[in-house]
Design a protein around this ligand. Structure first.
Ligand code: ZN
Ligand code: ZN
Length: 297
């Protein structure tokens, strides 16, 4: 198996666009009046994808030497050169587990949430939502979660390839046009599983972190089934209300910096950076409810 991984997502672009066209057409016929797509939202998604792809190229340039360092110095196994089926399966499963850990941390640690929130900040859910990515993942430290793959003996080019394969798969779970998929629901992340992940309803929040395999959610207790009748409400607990890709990218970083500056004591400052995002929501709610001092303007 030999291919240029960096071109994978580019090569898949026509398939992605065809899926978006089909879904928009299909949903307009089957669910008229629901406006599951909007031009502004879709353009924002596309802009975010382009920004993230550009940043990603630079990020790989910076990260590859790190992986090469760990591969050269600390690998615990040497696989046969090139792609073999056994090594591919180990790499695929290990990376998918690491993605699950990264994704779960991204919802529980504000520093990582500041980048990941972009993906959740639309109140819509369609194939184009998959394009909502953040150029700040490299700053947040997403790349750290792939270092164990180098230690397991996988060279940097294969690490890049498997990360992109995982990301490419995830495009297909962002849709409201596909229902439950039978036994596949027990093994793979599916549209139904991932719709739950994008919902902000209480019973769905912080659930279903799967990349490709849903077995991690089922093993580690983060799985919840999509309710057969109640449609999920999509978006974040603190809605963004903008289609500006720059605001979408930086709003949580700005909010985090403001909280860090305004709270008192180092414990609270650390909470502003690393506590679960709900800490910030509570903090903002308390601040909004605080009575204004007489004479204050
Ligand atoms: Zn998420
Ligand atoms: Zn998603």
């Amino acid at each position: 198996m030999q291919f240029d991984a960096e071109l994978l997502l580019l090569a898949m672009a026509p398939v992605f666009l065809a899926c978006i066209g089909w879904e928009a057409w299909h949903l307009r016929r089957t669910r008229p009046g629901e406006s599951i797509y909007s031009w502004r939202d879709t353009f924002c998604n596309a802009a975010l994808a382009l920004m993230q792809q550009a940043a990603d190229k630079l990020a790989w340039l910076a990260n590859m030497p790190v992986y090469a360092f760990f591969y050269a110095r600390y690998r615990i196994h040497t696989w046969q050169a090139g792609w073999g089926w056994a090594s591919f399966v180990v790499l695929f499963v290990a990376q998918d587990l690491l993605y699950y850990v990264f994704h779960r941390c991204s919802h529980r640690v504000r520093w990582l949430w500041a980048a990941h929130v972009v993906h959740h900040s639309s109140a819509r859910m369609n194939f184009a939502t998959a394009f909502r990515q953040s150029l700040m993942y490299v700053v947040a430290g997403m790349w750290l979660f792939s270092i164990p793959l180098a230690v397991l003996g996988f060279p940097p080019t294969q690490i890049v390839a498997i990360v992109l394969i995982n990301l490419g798969f995830q495009f297909f779970v962002h849709t409201q046009a596909i229902g439950k998929l039978g036994w596949l629901e027990y093994v793979f992340n599916t549209p139904s599983t991932h719709r739950v992940h994008h919902a902000r309803d209480n019973r769905y929040i912080d659930r279903n972190y799967a990349g490709v395999l849903v077995i991690w959610d089922r093993l580690f207790g983060s799985y919840v089934d999509e309710h057969p009748h109640d449609a999920p409400v999509y978006g974040t607990v603190e809605p963004l209300h903008t289609n500006n890709p720059l605001k979408a990218t930086f709003h949580e970083w700005a909010s985090m910096a403001a909280d860090f500056a305004s709270v008192r004591g180092w414990r609270n400052k650390l909470r502003a950076l690393f506590a679960p995002p709900a800490w910030a929501t509570d903090c903002h709610a308390r601040r909004a409810a605080r009575p204004v001092a007489p004479g204050a303007t």
